[in-house]
Design a protein around this ligand. Structure first.
Ligand code: FAD
Length: 399
């Protein structure tokens, strides 16, 4: 196991404005007459304090063998020197945090984890210390004749601990270097399996990865670096994995929680994990799982075949298609509108959680649909959304 990552505030830059202490949802930040400091025994790296800080002094992460105490931090006038070699570690962790901050920007910049979610482990494996996984499966999960090639990839960690929760992501950095001779950037991928593996008690996880291959105006095809690397992996190949990442977009563990899931494309990955978790743990609980999943055609919808076999008592499904021959285009927001009264009732229940995942374009349409549903039912969606977010019950992850 590598060093522990400790969150620190740079006393030289900090203007003592109290924003971080006021923002921290779990009381990990405190201060005396000199400094604002972070209690390493409380901080869970949720990142809620990072964006509001006006100076950036909050965004310091040091790998340490033993965390600095509060007294150490109160005595500083500047941060202690970084351990040689830790710059690479900081760069990677900033990279993961930045990708997640961007993915959560619209729907949940200050999102909280659901109150009943288990405590996630984050940044266990970093660039200097990746977990080595072996590919044990790579299956196409869109039809053979579909335009998009989406794959279900299984990564096995053998005896290396890689604990994930449903909703978390992992990092994969494609091997080799880019045009300027620099190492490629890390990409994040949502975990598509539940915490105890593809099959119960296996130390593996799965991903849902779309091969990026885009036709260019000059007729050539641009191939995404990481997605093509992953989609071309073969059984037995070894992959360096970082993470897990993400501390807010997490499945509630409460079996009474109603979970409304809205997605397109590979956005289905975390919801596969949610569904399998419920199937194994709480299938007799009172909570509903209700999925709105949009694609152009059934052939293009990842996991279309397996979804047909999921009992409706476990997962209610609204599979919505926008390119069925001879039929009007339907998008998820249209289907949501047609289920308006039932959705309105659900949204107003305190046990309901909403999760959105998929391409960036998804959010605006879904938000409009919720707003219209709210107008018809007599509530203001923006106010309800803000309250749900504050309560850890509204989450959006788009990329
Ligand atoms: P890149 O090489 O990074 O290219 C990305 C895009 O940039 C291209 O589509 C293209 O439009 C443009 N581009 C870049 N260079 C050029 C060029 N030279 N010419 C033309 N266009 C160019 N993806 C999944 O498939 N499954 C997931 O579960 C998943 N989960 C994610 C979770 C999170 C939190 C985040 C942030 C992202 C997630 N992603 C997921 C997206 C994933 O991280 C990658 O962004 C995606 O796979 C594309 O990476 P790539 O290296 O293949 O493409």
């Amino acid at each position: 196991m590598g060093a522990v990552k400790q969150h620190l505030i740079d006393p030289e830059i900090c203007i003592r404005c109290n924003t971080c202490e006021a923002t921290c949802p779990i009381g990990a930040i405190t201060h005396d007459d000199h400094n604002y400091v972070v209690d390493a025994s409380i901080c869970n790296a949720c990142m809620d304090c990072i964006a509001p800080c006006p100076t950036g002094s909050i965004d310091n992460w040091r790998p340490v063998a033993r965390p600095y105490s509060l007294d150490d931090q109160f005595s500083w006038t500047e941060l202690p020197p970084a351990v040689p070699g830790s710059e690479t570690i900081d760069a990677l962790e900033d990279e993961a945090a930045a990708l997640l901050a961007e993915a959560h920007a619209r729907g949940g910049g200050h999102a909280k984890a659901p109150a009943s979610a288990a405590k996630p482990r984050v940044n266990l494996h970093i660039r200097a210390n990746p977990a080595m996984a072996t590919v044990t499966g790579n299956f196409r999960i869109t039809a053979a004749d579909a335009e998009s090639d989406v794959r279900h990839i299984i990564l096995d960690f053998a005896t290396t601990p890689f604990p994930v929760l449903e909703g978390q992501s992992i990092g994969i950095t494609p091997p080799g270097v880019g045009a300027q001779g620099r190492q490629h950037a890390m990409r994040l991928y949502s975990v598509a399996s539940p915490r105890d593996g593809e099959r119960p008690n296996t130390n593996n996880l799965s991903l849902t990865v779309k091969r990026v291959a885009e036709r260019q105006p000059d007729g050539g095809i641009f191939r995404g670096i990481a997605s093509n690397y992953i989609c071309d992996l073969r059984k037995g190949d070894r992959v360096a994995v970082t993470g897990p990442f993400g501390a807010t977009f997490l499945m509630p563990d409460d079996p009474a929680a109603d979970i409304l899931m809205v997605c397109t494309g590979t956005g289905a990955a975390p919801f596969r994990a949610f569904t399998e978790r419920r199937r194994r743990i709480a299938h007799r609980g009172p909570g509903r799982l209700w999925l709105f999943f949009g694609a152009r055609t059934p052939q293009e919808l990842p996991y279309f075949g397996p979804l047909q076999k999921v009992p409706r008592a476990l997962l209610e499904q609204e599979l919505v298609f926008s390119r069925l021959p001879g039929q009007k285009r339907e998008y998820v927001q249209h289907r949501m509108a047609s289920r308006g009264p039932e959705l309105a009732q659900l949204l107003c229940r305190p046990a309901t959680h909403v999760f959105l995942c998929g391409l960036k374009g998804l959010e605006a349409g879904v938000d409009d649909a919720f707003a219209a549903i709210g107008r018809d039912a007599g509530f203001e969606w923006p106010a309800l959304r803000a309250a749900m977010r504050e309560d850890g019950r509204f989450h959006s992850e788009t990329y």
